[in-house]
Design a binder for this molecule. Sequence first.
Ligand SMILES: Cc1cc2nc3c(=O)[nH]c(=O)nc-3n(C[C@H](O)[C@H](O)[C@H](O)COP(=O)(O)OP(=O)(O)OC[C@H]3O[C@@H](n4cnc5c(N)ncnc54)[C@H](O)[C@@H]3O)c2cc1C
Ligand code: FES
Length: 267
Amino acid sequence: MFQEKNEVLGNEKLSDAYYKIALSCHPGYAEAAPGQFVTLRFGERMSPLLRRPFSIHRRITAQDGQAIAVEVLYKVVGACTEMLSAYKKGDRIDVLGPLGNSFPIPDKIRRVFIVAGGVGVAPMVFLVSEMQQKGLDLSQSAAFIGGRSAQDILCRNDFSDAGMAVFLTTDDGSEGKKGLVTEALETAIRESPPDMIYACGPRPMLCAVARMAETCHIPCRISVETLMACGMGACLGCAAESKKDPNKYLHVCIDGPVFDTDVLNVR
Ligand SMILES: Cc1cc2nc3c(=O)[nH]c(=O)nc-3n(C[C@H](O)[C@H](O)[C@H](O)COP(=O)(O)OP(=O)(O)OC[C@H]3O[C@@H](n4cnc5c(N)ncnc54)[C@H](O)[C@@H]3O)c2cc1C
Ligand code: FES
């Protein structure tokens, strides 16, 4: 884990509320894995406890394999993300990471379904690039990307360029099929179930995915977003209920953010 003031290499506006920021990083990010996150600290006067977590969206490596930058894909929803959108190339930002666990990529998997709602697509692009690095043939795999409207549908080319089938859904029908991303997923599971489902997005979406995975006996890993304060297991700000023992709480920041849906009670 590294805490550094990293340089902003670019901060691109993708659509009304979505941005992608590239930050220089410690070479140790070569060991970062998909699903892990960084926390960013905004402004000197804010408490260090009020860092904000963001998934690693992409890792950029030099020709010699050294990690030189990480990208974060983010949605402006409040004060800190608003501040983040104002950062310019050359500014510096306090970055702590990589934190948390990661999506497992078992050697034996052949067909995966990736389900992403809105900015939940952020860690999935890193996941797909790592699966490609491992030599996985993704031509039998599919990505299901959902959002409220067309502007919430991001990164489709990252999945299609990797050879995956891509299914798009929006609540208002402005892009892809009108409806919920989980409806498209259910149809595809009925036709031919995958070896693994990976999902990240709003809580109701994760609940529906977890239920489907359980009913159809498909291994499923979800990345969970909770409010976080310390990001390091010290404050209980990110407690989540264990499925095996309802009296036991898991920390999303250190036990997660990626959980097996057999272990976490998703509600
Ligand atoms: C492990 C992890 C990874 C994340 N990865 C990303 C990412 O890649 N891209 C991205 O845009 N966001 C990501 N988030 C969410 C991001 O941390 C919040 O959007 C951000 O902290 C909001 O800060 P703010 O000050 O702008 O908004 P705030 O003023 O703090 O909040 C604005 C609104 O958003 C809600 N909110 C804030 N944080 C969360 C959260 N974690 N889950 C659900 N609702 C929340 C608040 O309740 C409030 O209604 C991630 C969160 C976690 C825990
Ligand atoms: S955010 Fe403090 S324990 Fe997880």
